[in-house]
Design a binder for this molecule. Structure first.
Ligand code: SF4
Length: 324
């Protein structure tokens, strides 16, 4: 699928993690002539205040980048984030809250009572790797299904998966009806799902950020190849060693949960065993100032620069550990 008719949509939404691929998807829209004020960024807060999975600086960094690019930013989350779902015991899955033009809305939370008490498991199967659906995919579905502004209108929902990332992602369609689409229903909610960078390689993604002077987000400058959760269940041995070095308290909480649940994140070894076989990323050792900024909830620093001054981050073209 080439570029859809962008002018035919009333709403253009980018599911934005603030990682390079969702940023490149947004910048590509600008290059296609979409005015920034027509673009909505939807960022799902995977922690919703729990401060375990997400990079602490990312929320504030995203606010500042949205302001600099003049796009509208809406936050949403499953209440309590991944941690509340992980610790769920004889309780329904938590409601979803989201920001909308008229204010904050909360829906759901009346499902069957159940017990989880285990980490999401490393798998391409979303029913066991439940963090992505519960904290992101189903949250977006809820936001789309619960706003009258998406009824009797056309919406383009954009995500940044690329075929190069994994064989699983290579099978994704670049254009298809979205899960929440109801174009033939009574409310005529037309929602298309477009993956504009699906066929791009990593060099194209970075070059797009360079053209727009978007400084690479901090995790890439610390050596990480992807901006996933800081404590992503797919973490490599090097990422585990790096996490233990730069945030031992967070690492200790994960270890305690592995012991408490009697079930490790990986089937073959626990977190200390994983970290023991890895090396701390060199920029993390060399730049304690950047580590402090990455672990701070306040973003201090520029988000844009002149394209001539743009620098490729150390983590570019590195390991690809992250959701498959
Ligand atoms: S980045 Fe990793 S931990 Fe976070 S939601 Fe995705 S798969 Fe789960």
């Amino acid at each position: 699928m080439s570029t859809p008719d962008l002018a035919s949509y009333e709403h253009i939404i980018v599911a934005c993690s603030f990682g390079k691929d969702s940023l490149a998807s947004t910048l590509h829209l600008l290059e296609c002539g979409v005015p920034p004020e027509r673009i909505e960024w939807w960022h799902h807060l995977v922690d919703d205040g729990a401060d375990i999975f997400d990079w602490p600086h990312v929320t504030d960094y995203g606010r500042q980048l949205a302001a600099a690019l003049c796009v509208t930013l809406y936050f949403s989350a499953r209440q309590g984030g991944i941690v509340r779902e992980m610790l769920r015991e004889d309780a329904p899955t938590a409601p979803v809250w989201f920001e909308a033009p008229e204010g904050r809305v909360t829906v759901g939370g009346r499902g069957p009572r159940n017990t989880r008490r285990r980490f999401p498991q490393v798998s391409a199967n979303l029913s066991v790797r439940w963090c992505s659906p519960y904290a992101k995919i189903m949250v977006a579905d809820t936001v789309l299904r619960n706003q009258a502004r998406f009824q009797n209108s056309r919406t383009l929902f954009i995500t940044g998966e690329r075929a190069e990332e994994s064989s699983n992602r290579a099978r994704y369609a670049s254009f298809e009806p979205h899960r929440s689409d109801l174009r033939d229903g009574r409310v005529r909610r037309h929602v298309d799902h477009w993956r504009p960078v699906h066929a791009w390689d990593e060099a194209q993604v970075w070059d797009c950020l360079r053209r727009h002077g978007v400084i690479a987000p901090l995790p890439y400058r610390l050596g990480f190849g992807r901006l996933s959760c800081l404590t992503c269940i797919f973490m490599s041995a090097d990422q585990a060693a790096t996490l233990r070095y730069m945030d031992p308290a967070r690492f200790a909480r994960l270890m305690a949960w592995e012991r408490e649940f009697g079930c490790t994140i990986r089937r073959d070894r626990d977190l200390p065993a994983l970290a023991a076989t890895g090396e701390v990323f060199a920029p993390v050792l060399a730049r304690p100032d950047l580590v402090r900024r990455a672990l701070s909830p306040r973003w201090r620093g520029p988000v844009l620069c002149a394209p001539s001054r743009w620098q490729m981050p150390t983590g570019a073209f590195g390991e690809n550990a992250g959701p498959v």
